[in-house]
Write a protein that binds this ligand. Structure first.
Ligand code: AHR
Length: 347
């Protein structure tokens, strides 16, 4: 357990900003008094690409922001790993008590996390994982089982086809993938790939749509021009799904589960986006694998357990549901575990 840092770095940065102490010394004292004794958390958020991400940032700011026992230094990486690496180096220079990292992708973290370890600053990973040779470079991780999310949505699709008597070879699926190399993309793409191999589904194309609505629209529009047999689009998040639906409708087609009559079935992940949920209510999104963004209190609990001298579990998975309004499939079983398919509009 590390001692809480003084706020010398804040004082120093403000002195630099205010012209080396020549003006406004009062401001620096206020910040020192306000934050003295608090645990300083440097949070490198990967970006603001989706509604899920905004909800995740809000959860972190609520847990560590004003009125808490913490002082939060927040940096938005704008979807660039280089920005996140710079942020971590800044946190090290500032000698924060904890570094919390939501990494944009899995690879490329060995050097900077070694620097954090050498500076004796515990690193907590949130949401996505890192692929490093030495796992002692981070204390612990909390987030979703993305592959399980993918498996659940694919099992829902499998059960739907059984209930409707649709032959597996009649499914022509495109995968709008998330940010390439991120844990969410790798897990969800793997879930689909394995199900397609197992059931004999036709994967028409896989394309990176970067978890954004605009990219989802653009990529789907292009795929619809290129292929005329697509009847399922597996969107790796809700923002992509919203974009895909806009592209489907702009092409004069219909998003819906009635694929035997020409509709294109939209599958998705997250379940936090209001517009996506309203599309589900209208029957335009068939199934959403829940991805829970509310990690602030979970990260806070991990920090508290380290503060109390404990060693938290290395990997902390969040339990998640699966959503659909379609009556044909009420439960699914994945890896021996049964899940109820929840209708998000039931009271
Ligand atoms: O890593 C979690 C994923 O990242 C969410 O599914 C997506 O919406 C976000 O951008």
């Amino acid at each position: 357990m590390k001692n809480k840092k003084t706020f010398m770095w804040l004082l120093l940065s403000l002195l630099v900003l205010t012209g080396c102490g020549s003006s406004r010394p009062v401001q620096t004292e206020e910040i020192e008094n306000e934050d003295a004794g608090k645990i300083v958390v440097g949070f490198s958020q990967l970006g603001a690409e989706s509604d899920w991400r905004s909800a995740n940032t809000a959860s972190m700011k609520e847990a560590f922001g004003d009125g808490t026992g913490y002082s939060l230094v927040f940096k938005d990486g704008q979807q660039k790993q280089t920005n996140q690496i710079t942020a971590i180096r800044t946190f090290i220079q500032q000698d924060v008590d904890y570094i919390v990292l939501a990494p944009v992708m899995e690879s490329g973290w060995d050097s900077v996390l070694t620097e954090a370890k050498q500076a004796d600053i515990p690193v907590i990973l949130v949401d996505r994982m890192v692929d490093v040779a030495d796992r002692s470079l981070y204390s612990c991780w909390v987030g979703s089982d993305f592959e399980l999310e993918g498996k659940k949505v694919c099992e829902w699709l499998h059960q739907y086809t059984l209930a409707k008597g649709i032959a597996p070879e009649d499914l022509h699926i495109v995968d709008l993938q998330g940010t390439f190399g991120s844990t969410a993309q790798l897990g969800r793409s793997r879930g689909l790939n394995e199900a397609a191999l197992e059931h004999g589904w036709d994967i028409v194309a896989l394309k990176d749509a970067d978890f954004t609505q605009e990219k989802g629209r653009e990529v789907m529009a292009q795929l619809l021009r290129e292929y005329h047999n697509i009847n399922v689009v597996y969107c790796e998040n809700d923002n992509e799904a919203i974009g895909a639906i806009k592209a489907i409708e702009a092409a004069g087609l219909k998003a819906g589960a009635d694929i035997e009559n020409g509709e294109i079935m939209v599958l998705s992940f997250d379940g936090i986006n209001e517009e996506a949920l309203s599309y589900m209510a209208q029957g335009k999104i068939a199934c959403i694998g829940e991805c829970n963004p509310h990690h602030g209190p979970r990260v806070e609990a991990l920090i508290q357990s380290i503060e109390d001298g404990g060693i938290p579990e290395k990997f902390n998975y969040v339990e998640e549901s699966i959503f659909s309004t379609i009556k044909e499939v009420t439960t699914i079983t994945v890896d021996g575990q049964q899940y109820t398919v929840a209708n998000p509009f039931d009271n």
